[in-house]
Design a protein around this ligand. Structure first.
Ligand SMILES: [Zn+2]
Length: 260
């Protein structure tokens, strides 16, 4: 394969961005400044030296333990680096060397950060969704993009639809079911994907959420109502599904249900 060095470069770049995502995942929900300041061990606060901060490799060399205090390093760190590197490589091979491959790679990075933050803290930081909306609107102008009009309509449909789902949820469960973070995330996805695919994302996320809820009830045999189930991770997974299969699903729907 003549392109092998290029693929390795993309994987390394993806891993390096993944390393930065780990910083965001740790600092954003804790309201720590995320640009300034070196990385430190969460256990002993000692600074992590640059040679101990190489994506994936450092985790393997250190065998998952801090060099100073031997505290176990969360498996999330190498996982995020690997996931982001694999996502970049995947979108490159799926869409070829195109502007949209870069756009979806960037979106996947935002989604990975949201996935892990929402899973642990049940919040989706504005620091991810608001720049994400701008990025989605900007990407609509690129070759293969959905166009500025499609992007704005997608943003509105995404935000308004999830807002209505949230109102319905509040009424059904008599408590706040979904936060403003979910609504902003849906608006961001709409800006990237357009209104048709953001509706697909809702359906997909609801199905995943329902399956997970059933599995959870079978495992735990009781519903822990005190803990809010984060919806962001389901939206993130469904969004990747919509990027990959959205066009085919929409044309299948049109040809089978809209032609009488
Ligand atoms: Zn340490």
């Amino acid at each position: 394969m003549a392109d092998l060095p290029f693929y390795i470069l993309v994987l390394v770049l993806g891993g390096a961005v993944g390393s930065f995502l780990n910083v965001l995942i740790y600092r954003l929900p804790r309201n720590l400044p995320f640009i300034a300041g070196r990385s430190f061990c969460p256990a002993c606060k000692s600074r992590i030296r640059f040679y101990d901060n190489i994506p994936l490799l450092s985790y393997l060399i250190l065998m998952g333990k801090c060099r100073s205090c031997k505290a176990r390093i969360s498996l999330r760190y190498p996982l995020v680096e690997l996931l982001n590197g694999a996502a970049y490589l995947f979108f490159l091979t799926y869409f070829g060397l195109t502007a949209m491959a870069a756009v979806y790679a960037a979106l996947s990075s935002v989604l990975i950060a949201i996935f892990f933050i929402d899973l642990e803290f049940q919040i989706i930081p504005d620091w991810l969704t608001l720049p994400g909306m701008v990025l989605g609107l900007g990407a609509s102008f690129l070759p293969g993009g959905i166009g500025a009009f499609g992007s704005v309509i997608g943003l509105i449909v995404g935000g308004v639809a999830l807002y209505m789902v949230a109102l319905l949820g509040d009424w059904l469960f008599k408590k706040e079911s979904m936060g403003g973070g979910d609504i902003k995330m849906a608006a961001m996805l709409g800006a990237f994907l357009g209104w048709q695919k953001v509706i697909l994302v809702f359906i997909g996320a609801a199905v995943i959420g329902l399956v997970m809820a059933v599995v959870w009830m079978m495992i735990s045999r009781r519903v822990r109502s005190s803990r809010m189930i984060p919806f962001g991770p389901f939206l993130a997974i469904a969004a990747v599904g919509a990027i990959l299969f959205g066009d085919r699903l929409i044309s299948f729907y049109i040809s089978h249900f809209l032609q009488m």
